[in-house]
Design a protein around this ligand. Structure first.
Ligand code: RP5
Length: 171
């Protein structure tokens, strides 16, 4: 039985060198009020511990996994192979190939084992949190309202920028 305030999202990253970018994900989850936990685990360096984490997270009540990795990015695939919960993959720029290698190895999953792959780097890290939030909001009306209010703020922000730019460029 999941405890109160149990994590709803498990964020896994392949290395602590991924943390500065993944802070964007953790911050977004925190802003949206989504209980989460973050772990450094690698598909290649700690395969057994990664598999154990998936099972423990499921038992703890986690509903969505977010997996971030750079070089030879197989973490999301290794996780989705062991769970039926939704898995979001964040490709990171950690090699001389600029993250394109991580994008391709995260997104090109074989049929039957889907990874919802977001953009490379910071934008993807925060969008992974927003995507997890939308999934959780299907069964959480309070979270759906927080997402709605975030969207309203975003609209206001863009319209304010529009107003300023139009003002500044008026001839
Ligand atoms: C990947 O290799 C990690 O996710 C990281 O992006 C990259 C480099 O890891 P470190 O050598 O910095 O630990 O597995």
């Amino acid at each position: 039985m999941p405890r109160k305030n149990a994590p709803q999202v498990a964020v896994l990253m392949g290395s602590d060198s991924d943390l500065p970018v993944m802070e964007n994900c953790l911050r977004t989850l925190a802003v949206l009020g989504i209980p989460h936990e973050a772990s450094v685990l690698s598909a290649h360096r700690t395969p057994d511990e990664t598999a154990a984490c998936v099972k423990e997270s499921e038992k703890a009540g986690v509903k969505v996994f977010i997996c971030a990795a750079g070089g030879a990015a197989h973490l999301a695939g290794a996780v989705v192979a062991r769970t039926l919960l939704p898995v979001v993959g964040v490709p990171l720029n950690a090699t001389p190939l600029g993250g394109l290698d991580a994008l391709l190895s995260t997104v090109q999953m074989p049929s039957g084992v889907p990874v919802a792959t977001v953009a490379i780097g910071e934008m993807g890290a925060s969008n992974a949190a927003f995507l997890a939030a939308r999934i959780l909001a299907l069964g959480d009306r309070a979270l759906a309202r927080r997402l709605e209010s975030h969207r309203e703020q975003m609209v206001k922000g863009v319209l304010e920028k529009n107003r300023k730019v139009r003002e500044r460029t008026k001839s």
